[in-house]
Design a protein around this ligand. Structure first.
Ligand code: CTP
Length: 234
């Protein structure tokens, strides 16, 4: 089974404004609706799970009321807790079949394409784990003191991770269970867990348009991308 877990449990503190960014409108519809539709429309996705903040559960269900194939449940304290909640739901609802795969996707990346989803599904079945990524455009500078430039890794070896990030459910559960509390605290996403345990994660080509809405400026970019898509469809 191929299950899409749309991670919408965050509060959007960098966006500000009181309403979590996944509920802000782009082109007249909430970001989360655009995102969910990319997965409900994909023929190889069997099940779409949306994980939302407790206070926004009813609102999320209302937004997605037309999408009968979507299940909305409560997310977790951190992004990884939200992924863990999705894994628990899958085990309880769909069982622990070895073939179950989870596509974890940020609710605030509404411009994921059909091609990226298809490539994730193919890659996770072949390689067991994959991360969507694009080559780094800018030179990336490390700084330990946040004042002076330290190491500057060769740009040709650097990628920017996007989502979906996809995994065999049982393996991800096993790796998450193996983390110490300190490791669990330090890791920002599931791909980091694989990297920490030296488990291979295949790179799936992403796209520049697959932006993550984080700051108010990103809402303007999102609006522009949507208008460009509408113009192409017309
Ligand atoms: N996310 C989640 N559960 C959490 C925290 C984050 O499902 N406890 C989701 C967010 O809703 C978002 C995605 O993970 O779709 C990427 O996280 P980020 O952009 O950091 O979102 P927020 O945590 O909402 O934003 P901020 O860091 O600015 O507070």
């Amino acid at each position: 089974m191929t299950i899409a877990a749309i991670l919408a449990g965050g509060t959007g503190s960098r966006m500000g404004g009181g309403i979590p960014k996944q509920y802000l409108p782009v082109g007249g519809r909430p970001v989360i609706v655009h995102t969910a539709e990319k997965f409900t429309a994909h023929p190889q996705v069997d099940c779409v799970l949306v994980l939302a903040p407790t206070a926004w559960l009813e609102h999320t269900r209302d937004c997605l009321a037309e999408h009968h194939s979507v299940t909305v449940i409560q997310g977790g304290e951190t992004r990884n807790d939200t992924i863990r909640t999705a894994l628990d739901w899958i085990a309880a609802t769909c069982g622990t079949d070895e073939d179950h795969v989870i596509l974890t996707h940020d609710a605030v990346r509404p411009f994921v394409t059909n091609q990226i989803i298809s490539n994730n599904i193919a890659a996770v079945h072949t390689h067991g784990a994959c991360v969507t990524a694009i080559p780094a455009i800018d030179t990336i500078v490390k700084s330990k003191d946040n004042a002076f430039a330290g190491e500057i890794p060769p740009r040709g070896e650097l990628y920017l991770a996007q989502t979906p990030q996809s995994f065999r459910c049982n393996k991800l559960r096993e790796l998450m269970n193996s983390l110490t509390p300190e490791e669990a605290h330090a890791l920002t996403d599931a791909t980091c867990i694989y990297a920490l345990r030296n488990e291979p994660v295949f790179l799936v080509p992403g796209e520049a348009r697959n932006i993550k809405i984080t700051y108010p400026f990103d809402m303007k970019v999102a609006q522009a991308i949507l208008e460009e898509e509408a113009a192409c469809d017309a």
